[in-house]
Design a protein around this ligand. Structure first.
Ligand code: C2E
Ligand code: MG
Ligand code: MG
Ligand code: MG
Length: 278
């Protein structure tokens, strides 16, 4: 249909691209200043054990507070940061902040065992990736199991043998490694036993549909079965309803995460949430 379109559509299309390009360039230059101006915030979404119903950890999720007070979601600026190389600096800020915060939580005994951070290919590619993480754990006196790295399947697939070796090293130190959005990408059975992973995070799309769509339910069941075979922890992401909680608990999923428990929230709110959660 596009090739038959000889009218004004192509002009409209190029304007749209121009607009997108401009937006991209503006975001890129603002991102450069964002770290110096301390415009990033680290928010946290609790993870709850199905067995004990207690919060066990949190996922750290970056937010960008724009000068006009608005909050930019990571889905908008992280793709720009990834293609301009700025993601490395952002993720290092996140890791450092996550470790510093975990240190404070341990001092105050708030009962969280673990903080999970998202990492990408660019992060792992850095020659000092392992050093940087070990130094952060050291600086904030954290036992390695209190840190989890989340990588998407795509990141695993883009990982060179050298990068897999780095993950193996961190794994052998006791740091947890999760496959994020599991089921969304390639989900090759072939890599499950080869990769240094501890956790499968079931993609929220399957959780969203698990109650109404038998295929999604079957996929979730299969992932949980698989995880048990490989002795991996399972985290169900994107839980929004009681029905989903009950279904996932009946399957023996380890850990729950989603708006049903809490949205991602700032640190002060998380402390309040933990106080009043039962
Ligand atoms: P993710 O790692 O899969 O994080 C989960 C996303 O799902 C979060 O979106 C969270 O707000 C959302 N979510 C959680 N529970 C629910 C739910 O019950 N329903 C629905 N509809 N959504 C839920 P967010 O914070 O916008 O982050 C989006 C993605 O951006 C993340 O997906 C992650 O891939 C990336 N990201 C976030 N922070 C960082 C970071 O510091 N570094 C890197 N490299 N990536 C990050
Ligand atoms: Mg994640
Ligand atoms: Mg996890
Ligand atoms: Mg995810």
């Amino acid at each position: 249909a596009l090739s038959e379109d000889k009218g004004p559509a192509p002009v409209f299309y190029s304007r749209r691209i121009q607009h997108e390009a401009l937006r991209f360039i503006r975001t890129e230059s603002k991102l450069y200043e964002a770290l110096e101006k301390e415009e990033f915030e680290l928010w946290f979404q609790p993870q709850v054990s199905f067995e004990t119903e207690k919060p066990v950890g949190v996922e750290a999720l970056v937010r960008w507070r724009l000068p006009n007070g608005e909050l930019a979601p990571p889905g908008e600026f992280l793709p720009v940061a990834a293609s301009t190389g700025q993601i490395l600096r952002i993720d290092r800020w996140v890791l450092e902040k996550a470790c510093a915060t975990m240190n404070a939580w341990r001092d105050d005994n708030i009962g969280l065992q673990r903080v999970s951070v998202n990492v990408t290919v660019e992060d792992i590619d850095a020659p000092d990736f392992v050093e940087f993480i070990k130094r952060a754990l050291d600086q904030y006196q954290l036992p390695p199991p209190s840190l989890e790295l989340e990588l998407t399947e795509t990141t695993f697939f883009k990982s060179s043998p050298a990068n897999l070796e780095k993950l193996n090293l961190l794994r052998s130190e006791g740091i947890s490694v999760a496959v994020d959005d599991f089921g969304k990408g390639y989900s090759s059975l072939n890599y499950l036993h080869k990769l240094p992973i501890t956790t499968l995070k079931i993609d929220k799309e399957f959780i969203e549909n698990a109650i109404n769509n038998p295929t999604s339910a079957a996929i979730v069941e299969t992932i949980v079965w698989l995880a048990k075979k490989f002795k991996l922890e399972t985290v169900a992401e994107g839980i929004e309803t009681k029905a989903q909680v009950e279904f996932l608990r009946s399957l023996g999923v380890t850990t729950a995460q989603g708006f049903f428990y809490s949205q991602p929230i700032p640190e002060a709110e998380l402390r309040e949430w933990i106080k009043y959660y039962r």
